[in-house]
Design a protein. Structure first.
Length: 95
């Protein structure tokens, strides 16, 4: 889903993510909506002119937990998290 949205206009990428029936699409759509709002409020950019320059999912922290195992042992569980990074561009600036 993330690779499909790269290079698209931001509003079109938001529409594409809205129809994908996966939980990950909802999380990415929420992050994209936040990135669009940040660009509008902080940099005074119009949402119509924004495009998705890059979208990356990186490894985040890992919570190490234990679950009860057979014969009183403890089985390790790793609860992994991710960082979602979306970079928008208006086509005029280099950032």
């Amino acid at each position: 889903m993330l690779f499909r949205s790269q290079g698209l206009p931001a509003l079109e990428a938001q529409a594409v993510l809205a129809v994908v029936p996966r939980k990950s699409a909802r999380v990415v759509a929420k992050t994209l909506k936040s990135a669009i709002a940040n660009a509008e409020n902080n940099n005074n950019l119009a949402a119509d002119s924004l495009t998705v320059k890059s979208a990356i999912i990186e490894n985040g922290p890992v919570l190490k937990r234990f679950k009860a195992g057979a014969r009183g042992t403890a089985m390790p569980r790793r609860r992994k998290m991710s960082h979602i990074r979306i970079i928008l561009s208006d086509g005029e600036t280099n950032s």
